[in-house]
Ligand binder design. Structure first.
Ligand code: PLP
Length: 403
């Protein structure tokens, strides 16, 4: 008789966003039109340079000379895209070889799939609160243990709260795999070089590996914040970095991302770059040619300028939310180097209670901090990815509610 992977049965009642969706659907007759600032999906259209590149590439695919089948170049991606990515790193003083770059259909897939190359015995550390994908994929693989009283008993939780500036302290139990997300989803804060250096030194000293998710690096505005962990000395022997075009260039529906695994990163005598290459070659057939061309267009001068103007638009939304909530008396974090605003719920409200209050009394859909981990209790996340009118209106409604 076939046996299932019963780690799946240990997962608690579904991913966070379906639960939010359930509560929203249950509110069948809202008193005002709902404004959704919950899920972190983008709303602004693709940059014209990206659209042009897709049109051109589609037309090529319809010709005998321009048709492309499977991509047989290195790491499943065309040289021109890997070179463009490597150049982007170079512009920040980081030297990444083109064969250290793996292009994929999403940072979500990569953050989850990377576990294929790690033993199930590894001890995993996650920040708390955290992007739920790191936790759930490790639970599915059997690395998280059992879910008891709102926590996985074999994960090392690294609390990140206002008390430690949303950056984790080194834990007592030494983890083998450490997930760090900066700029952070959900707290909206970004790590400094000095903060990352502590973890890089720790990982090198203990033979751990840092899985660094910088899906939001394009939102960093403060010059002292690194965009890549490879800006930190020593990171090439202990870190893997995930990046994505999703939030950088509105590719959530296009699907394209990349992962950097330095060749200097070895564990147990094996190159992690070689293992990932083997894994990708076996389980993945590459990103569509049209989408790789679209991604390449993000690095052209026009593409860069157009993408930046959309990022500026979201930054302005973040400022409107941040200022408005502060004015309403809330304690607000994030929003400067990330498209997320993280605020404390008013006295007497838990995350889900205040989520319900905002839903029912202001008709604004948010994300309760508790859904990102135990230390997210007492916080709410808002996204800056909405349209301008919706953002302004949502802030106005929350201000009125709290008056
Ligand atoms: N990493 C983080 C921290 C995210 O918040 C998200 C999406 O919300 C992703 C990765 C997913 O990126 P992608 O769309 O490339 O799969």
């Amino acid at each position: 008789m076939m046996k299932i992977n019963d780690n799946f049965l240990k997962l608690p009642g579904g991913y966070l966003f379906p639960e939010i969706g359930r509560r929203v659907r249950a509110y069948t007759d809202p008193k005002m039109p709902l404004i959704r600032l919950g899920i972190g999906d983008v709303t602004q259209p693709l940059a014209p340079a990206v659209v042009e590149a897709m049109k051109k590439a589609s037309a090529e695919m319809g010709t005998k000379e321009g048709f492309r089948g499977y991509c047989e170049e290195k790491n499943g991606a065309y040289d021109w895209l890997r070179f463009a990515i490597a150049n982007d790193y170079k512009s920040r003083g980081v030297d990444i070889a083109d064969d250290e770059i793996f292009v994929s259909d999403g940072a979500k897939s990569d953050c989850g799939n990377i576990g294929d190359i790690f033993s199930v015995d590894n001890v995993v550390a996650v920040c708390d609160p955290v992007y739920p994908v790191y936790v759930d994929t490790n639970a599915m693989a059997g690395r998280a243990g059992n879910y008891v009283d709102g926590k996985w008993d074999n994960l090392v939780y690294l609390p990140c709260t206002a008390e430690n500036d949303f950056f984790p302290a080194l834990p007592e139990r030494v983890p083998d795999i450490i997930y760090i997300c900066s700029p952070n989803n959900p707290t909206g804060t970004a790590a400094t070089r000095a903060q990352l250096k502590v973890w890089v030194d720790y990982a090198n000293a203990h033979g751990s590996v840092i899985l660094y998710d910088s899906a939001y690096e394009a939102y960093i505005q403060e010059p002292d914040k690194p965009h890549s962990i490879f800006e930190v000395e020593g990171a090439k022997t202990c870190a893997i970095e995930f990046r994505s075009f999703s939030k950088t260039a509105g590719f959530t529906g296009n699907r394209c991302a990349y992962t950097v695994i330095p060749k200097a990163l070895e564990r147990g005598g094996a190159s992690l770059n070689a293992l990932w290459n083997r894994r990708m070659g076996t389980k993945f057939n590459g990103v569509a040619y049209v989408i790789q061309r679209a991604a390449e267009a993000c690095f052209t001068p026009e593409g860069k300028a157009q993408i930046q103007s959309t990022i500026d638009f979201y930054h302005e939304n973040a400022r409107i939310i941040s200022d408005g909530l502060k004015d309403a008396g809330l304690t607000v974090y994030g929003g400067v180097n990330a498209p997320y605003i993280w605020f404390r719920t008013p006295e007497g409200y838990g995350s889900w209670e205040f989520f319900d209050k905002l839903l029912y009394d202001a008709c604004v859909v948010t994300t309760p901090g508790a859904g990102f981990g135990p230390s997210g209790e007492g916080y709410i996340r808002l996204t800056a990815f909405g349209g301008r009118d919706a953002t302004v209106e949502a802030v106005e409604r929350i201000r009125k509610l709290l008056k």
